[in-house]
Ligand binder design. Sequence first.
Ligand code: ZN
Length: 495
Amino acid sequence: MGYIMNLLTDEFISTTNGKVSLKQLLTGDQHYDLQYGFDEVQLAVLQLLSSLTTVLLKPTMRELSSYLELGLTAAQYEKALKSIDVNSFDADHFMRSVSSDKREVSTDKIAKLVSGIECGSSKNASGLFSDMSRVEKTCPHCAPVLNYNLHMNIKGECFGPAGATGIRGGGSLTTLISGTTLKQTLLANTVAVDFFMNLRGISTANDDLMWSNPPCDNIYYGHQIGLMRGLFALAYHIGFNELNEPCVCDICGHASETTIREFSRLRYLGRYGGTKTGQEAGAKWWPHPYTPTTKTVDGEFPVCAKGEGWQSWQGLVSYVVGKNIEGKNVIPAPIVQQYTAMGYGHANLLVGGNIADQGSVVGRVYDLYAMPQHWDASLERVTKVIDAGLEIKELLVQALNKLFGVGYDKSFVIGIKQQTVDQYTANAHSIIQGLLVDINRSEAKILRQKALTSLQKEALTLYRQLMRKYQNELPIFKALVKGERILARVTKVTN
Ligand SMILES: [Zn+2]
């Protein structure tokens, strides 16, 4: 198919200033912003580029700090290129191992590689932004991005029984540091080799890229997987069918000489610790740098966004400092721990991922949160805002619980309750984001009072809408009146 592009040297990244290379992004003075048609692809590009930067630079914490402060020079980039096998990052090699067995490969439309619509044919896959028909063709620049997205972000079950769950567990949350520029963001999400090795407490691990040396065991033991191997861990052999016809790419919007409409896949036979089978066989969780995890008696698992009503603000504090939520101990993603350990006072946090419900996607989140200056020390202010949101949610639940026991069908009542609570958590989202933007300027006590006032108002508005709706159904209405008192309780801020 003629020219093969390389991910470390060629201009394949779509930005508001056209296509650029990783080198231009990291070493140039110009500011760029990513430009992709789907927000989940944009998130995957951030993950991919930071992982590529990690493999290229393999920095220590000290080196990474210096890059973050002084930038990276073109000469440093070129020098780093000489130290690695650049050919492994040619598009026809990158994350594309070749199967040696005789199993039949499956072919699918490339729409399946865009998270959020990968389950687009199932009945409750009502993607918020995307529908299947919007992704039919891609250019060769975007194919490696989609392949990466498949391996790191998409749930295996989206491919039915032939699906495989990758090293991140599939459908897990991503937390990234958001810098002031794209360059800063990529460097802030670059993993320091020494930090990661210390975190894992192991000194040796296989660091071969999987497409050069695929795993061949039944169980892929986490402690045997090194950082470089894990960042680009595979679960499928992937092939792209590149056609000699021009197109405008549905992913980046650029014109291309060639077109890719389909990809082929063949599942690896082994299991990672991110799957139940893998955990039970003692594979252990591989600490993916961008994944927050929970530790329970059953083991360690990636945090996933589950259910339609899930909102990222509800777990925000736990993603940053770790906090006990619902009896589970959440451990912040290594990349967040690393940033804190490097002593950076200020960062905003990106929280993203799919919200999967029974294998289909009913919503997506890709949120940016403002964090306070010296966030590690003054996280109390974020906590106060989030806690206010959760407290009001609890009062709303208590108020709605008055509906039980007035003689209506239980599932009918549960339905009313759930819908109202979900709506509150969704609406609270923008209120909380707005408050967090102000966080450096407001005193903790004032901030908490503001949070309580506006969130209580929001909850009351929803609750009173419900009262109006049922004003002619007396038993329900009476129960709601009782509940209103709970919700209207004036919450005085004492701390
Ligand atoms: Zn493209």
